[in-house]
Every structure is written in C-alpha cells, then in structure tokens.
Design a protein around this ligand. Structure first.
Ligand code: NAD
Length: 290
C-alpha cells in the first residue's frame, strides 16, 4: 500500500503508518497513491482525482470536507473519511481565545508594549460575565464552546436548523439569537444554506456593538458587510480564523477596525494533531481493501 501525506500532520505519523506500506509526502507521486491524507490545503477536485488512478481511500484529518468533491470521489470507488470528533476542543478553545483577545484588546496592548507605547488609558475592556453568547449551530464544537462559556457565567443560547434540544444552550430562532446576543459565535458547516448567512440584513438584526466570532467557515459571512459594520461601529469587533481562501486574497477584514485575525489554526493544536493521527491509524488499519 502506498500512502501520500499531502498536508501538514503530526511528525510522528509517517513512522506510525509505515507498517501499512510506503509512506511519502511527494505530491508528484499522487498517481501511485492508494491512500491520500489531506487537511484543508489540498483541494480534491475532479481534475485532481482524475490524476490519482490508484486511489482507494482519502482521509481528511479534521472536520469539514468541503475541500473534497466527495460525490465524484465516491463515483470512482474512492472511500472518503474524516476525523470529525478530534478537533472540537481545539477549535472551541480558539473561539474562546478570539472572544477574550477582542474584548481585552490583547493585540493592541501587546503592539503598544513592544513599540514603547503605554496604552493603559486607551484600552477599555469589557467582560464575558453575565453576557449572552449566541451560537449558530450547536454541534460538537459549539457544545464545547457552550461548556466553556458557562464557566465564565455567560448566558448561552443557540440556533440550529437541524437540532431542537441541547443540554448546554437554550434553543432559539435565528432572529432571537441575533437580537439577544452580545457575542455571536459561528459553528456551522459551509452549505448552500449557510453561505453568507451573516450579511447586511442579519447584522442589522444584532445589538449595536455586538461581537462576532467565526471559527466555522469564512464563506458563512459576507466579509464586505462585516467590514462595513465594523467601520460604522454597528459591530464592536470580529474575531476570525477562517477565510474565503487560505490565505485570503483581498479580504476587507484585514483593514477593518476592531478585528483579531488568525490564519486558520483552529485545528492546529499539538494535541489535536496527535488525536487526528490516532484516528487515521485506526481508519487505515480497519480499511478492508489494503
Ligand atoms: P457538527 O456537524 O458537529 O455541527 C455543525 C452543526 O451545524 C450541526 O448541529 C448542524 O445541524 C448545524 N447546521 C447545519 N446547517 C445549519 C443551518 N443552515 N443553520 C443552522 N445550523 C446548521 O460540526 P462541528 O464539528 O461542530 O464543526 C462545525 C464546523 O466548524 C465545521 O463544519 C467546519 O466548517 C468548522 N471547523 C473549523 C475549524 C477551524 O480550523 N477553524 C476546524 C474544525 C471545524
């Protein structure tokens, strides 16, 4: 069996997979590969899959499989797996990090310190305590965010089109969540329904000065509308890990005020990459066509 590791995984993975066959990271050898390991960087389009005639299994280390043309892969007899449960804690911790960095102006204070500017009087902090956190989507990651927000004594509400009940959040309509949230954290996959779900109209339904945190998918928001709302002060801040493309080409967010921006690192904790590696070894081990 030949295993191509196309994206960044834990450094121990090649050795751990070597008992199943040859493991390599040379993308020029895609045509030889029986198993392909990707995260979000490699785009498994029709054209890409057509140049992989020996492929039997693709494993996406992580949650979203929107970088893989799953229907086309399956039509060619290729099995597509992911590791959906591994990343929840890593992403939830990053959502909390973005929320806390925004409201405590961590980047602004830090930049001041390293440039010799004592910004004590320029920083007005706000708290999470007793504030309302609205979650859009109440799946694995949002549930971990809800548990952490409860430790901060936040009031946690959620909207999910496909989930009626949660032990960790009070379920509401989307309009109620938009209207009541001091902090809105996005946790849906990218689908036709969720694309640009946060736009001029939905932002208008939010409280003045509310914060949005996006660790879901970049295309779930209209970046132009978010940037405008930040500039006008309608939104108090935007904490973002996810983009229209990795890296973004010309995002208006990079010039907008009151943002904390990260390069899609939600799943990139050391511990998560080890967990993803464990699950990948199990999937390869159980794969029947080895
Ligand atoms: P999940 O499947 O457990 O939860 C997603 C939830 O969204 C589900 O409960 C689903 O019912 C809900 N949903 C789907 N369509 C909806 C709609 N139209 N309106 C409202 N809710 C809707 O997935 P998860 O593990 O919690 O991951 C959520 C998303 O986080 C992933 O799809 C991925 O896009 C993103 N993610 C980002 C990173 C990162 O690095 N920042 C890492 C992992 C996952």
């Amino acid at each position: 069996m030949k295993i191509l590791i196309a994206d960044a995984f834990d450094a121990s993975l090649p050795e751990r997979l070597s008992r199943f066959g040859e493991v390599f990271d040379d993308r020029d050898r895609l045509a030889e590969a029986n198993v392909l390991l990707v995260r979000s960087k490699t785009k498994c389009t029709k054209e890409f899959l057509d140049s992989a005639p020996n492929l039997k299994l693709i494993i996406r280390g992580g949650v979203g499989i929107d970088n893989i043309d799953v229907a086309y892969a399956e039509s060619k007899g290729i099995t597509v797996n992911n590791t959906p449960a591994a990343s929840s804690v890593a992403v939830a911790e990053l959502a909390m990090t973005l929320m806390l960095s925004l409201i405590n102006k961590v980047p602004f204070g830090h930049e001041g310190m390293v440039s010799g500017d004592w910004r004590k009087k320029k920083i007005k902090r706000v708290e999470l305590f007793k504030k309302t956190l609205g979650l859009v989507g109440i799946g694995r990651i949002a549930t971990e965010v809800a548990k952490r927000a409860k430790a901060f004594e936040m009031n946690v509400i959620a909207y999910d089109k496909y989930v009626e009940k949660s032990d960790h959040a009070q379920m509401k309509s989307l309009d109620e969540v938009l209207a009541e949230s001091d902090y809105l954290s996005l946790h849906t996959p990218l689908t036709d329904e969720t694309a640009k779900m946060i736009n001029k109209e939905t932002i208008a339904k939010m409280k003045d000065g509310a914060f949005i945190i996006n660790t879901g998918r970049g295309k779930c928001v209209d970046e132009e509308a978010v940037a405008e709302a930040l500039t006008s002060g309608k939104l108090g801040g935007y904490g973002n890990d996810v983009w229209y493309s990795d890296p973004p080409e010309a995002s208006p967010l990079v010039k907008a005020p009151n943002v904390v921006l990260l390069p899609h690192i939600g799943a990139s904790s050391k511990e998560n990459l080890l967990r993803i590696g464990d699950i990948i070894v199990e999937i390869v081990e159980a794969f029947p066509n080895k």
